[in-house]
Write a protein that binds this ligand. Structure first.
Ligand code: SAH
Ligand code: SF4
Ligand code: F3S
Length: 450
């Protein structure tokens, strides 16, 4: 055998989309490492170039098309390179991605165990595709290869898929039916991370509140999300626990009380509202009303007064009126979110909204409304941060700040980013800091002297 045959093939994966996709990339790397591949830092050194993609909005897909062009250039330059699309776009577009030999391999979110085999068989004349969705696959036994680089905070997927049918959303089509992962494997993964020096885990699911593990032996072994959260929190008081995403219709009092009971469960809930108008919420099939949402917020704040609250908002959904839009602004003002992800509605082919409701809010109106939402949120974020000036927080440091080597950054329990002078400290430490000033995005602090 020639020496070159012994060399490991290198795989480069570029990741788009949500935290769950980031974690899926880590799962893929683990599967591929077991099959003898080695991760590549850049596409120029890779034998296999994969894009793990997102379909949530049209511009997310547009970005990937741009990258595919770039990958193809690389393939032309070097030959022999394999290009693959994985994730949500692979699932949505299926064999259309193989037309005109655009890519060599298409692998949907539930097919990653077959990647090594697909890569063994692939050639320009023999493109590979696996877009089967599964009712069982949770990759429960796979130990993800961490790509976080900081060694402090890691994602753990606790479930896959989504059983909701929000009318605008492509996720149920690209990720399939909801299934929960065996809690034993989740705990094992969290314990393992803690023993390797990690100090924070973020439990991921499209709707974590509907996590449910049914024990076939006895109902005593059944585990809901609050119980899972508690079990992870009990691993160590020095292991912080976060989670995302909570659904306003499903977040239970039990979860809120469990958060209050354990200091290491971070005081932060990401609770996407989407719209403040009942007419829009109904059309979006979110299955809650504005009043229900506000009641959940009141409940959270009555039990956990210092709880950080963040949200997602969609501007310009089908037939949204000026009045609907104003209702979103007034809800945002009423709640006073700490931060928000804000989007302009993007019609996704095949969704209920695309089939049933015309995408009739003019582009300029969508943009104007989105800008009003962003402007309001940035005022609210600043207000929220200003309230923290003078307060002391325990932050977990994640690394040196982007701006200066002499500064560290970390997060408060409420998930606010905090920057402060390092003074000899490093990442992965819990430090007490006092906030001295802020911007709308960051708390600026100093170390508390003991
Ligand atoms: N499971 C989460 C959200 C996942 S998608 C939840 O239900 O809250 C993340 C965010 O993308 C959504 O909260 C929504 O605000 C936004 N989004 C989803 N589909 C969209 C679309 N078609 N156009 C614009 N934004 C969209
Ligand atoms: Fe999409 Fe709704 Fe499921 Fe979230 S809950 S992933 S918005 S369908
Ligand atoms: Fe995007 Fe798929 Fe996540 S569509 S947001 S990568 S579940």
């Amino acid at each position: 055998m020639k020496a070159s045959d012994m060399e490991k093939k290198k795989v480069y994966i570029e990741t788009y989309g949500c935290q769950m996709n980031v974690n899926d990339t880590e799962v893929m790397l683990s599967i591929l490492e077991d099959a003898g591949y080695e991760p590549a830092e850049t596409m120029e050194e890779a034998d296999v170039i994969l894009a793990n993609t997102c379909s949530i909005r049209e511009n997310a897909e547009q970005r990937v098309w741009g990258r595919i062009d770039r990958f193809r250039l690389e393939k032309k330059k070097r030959g022999g390179v394999i290009i693959g699309i994985t994730g949500c776009m692979a699932e949505r577009l299926k064999d259309k991605l193989l037309d005109n030999h655009v890519v060599d391999l298409v692998a949907g979110p539930d097919s990653y165990r077959s990647l090594p085999e697909m890569l063994r068989n692939v050639s320009p004349d023999n493109p590979q595709i696996n877009v089967l969705l599964s009712h069982e696959e949770t990759y429960a036994d796979i130990v993800p290869v961490r790509t976080d680089k900081n060694g402090v905070s890691a994602y753990i997927s606790i479930m896959r898929g989504c059983n909701n049918a929000c009318s605008y959303c492509v996720v149920p089509y690209t990720r399939g039916a909801e299934r929960s992962r065996d809690p034993k494997t989740i705990l094992r993964e969290a314990e393992d991370l803690f023993s390797r020096g990690y100090r924070e885990v973020c439990l991921l699911g499209q709707n974590v509140d509907s996590y449910f593990w049914e024990d076939p032996e006895s109902a005593d072994g059944n585990v809901n999300f609050a119980q899972l959260l508690e079990a992870v929190a009990k691993i160590s008081p020095d292991l912080r626990v976060r989670f995302s995403t909570s659904h306003p219709k499903d977040i239970s009092d039990e979860v809120i009380y469990t958060m209050a009971m354990y200091e290491n469960i971070c005081r932060h809930i990401h609770l996407p509202v989407q719209s403040g108008s009942d007419v829009m919420l109904e059309k979006m099939r979110r299955k809650y009303t504005r009043e229900w949402y506000l009641e959940r917020v009141r409940k959270i704040r009555s039990v956990i007064p210092d709880c950080g609250l963040t949200t997602d908002v969609i501007a310009g959904f089908c037939s949204e009126t000026e009045e609907d839009h104003k209702a979103t602004l007034s809800l945002m003002e009423e709640v006073g979110f700490d931060s928000a992800f804000m989007f302009q509605y993007s019609e996704r082919p095949g969704t209920l909204a695309a089939r049933k409701y015309p995408d009739d809010v003019p582009e300029e109106t969508k943009t104007r409304r989105l800008n009003e939402i962003i402007a309001l949120q940035s005022r609210m974020s600043l207000l929220s941060n200003e309230k923290d000036v003078g307060k002391t927080f325990r932050v977990l440091t994640e690394g040196t700040s982007k701006k200066s080597e002499g500064e560290l950054f970390g997060r408060t329990s409420s998930n606010k980013v905090c920057v402060f002078p390092a003074e000899g400290h490093g990442k992965g430490e819990y430090l007490e800091v006092e906030v001295v000033s802020c911007t709308s995005a960051t708390l600026i602090a100093k170390l508390k002297q003991h």
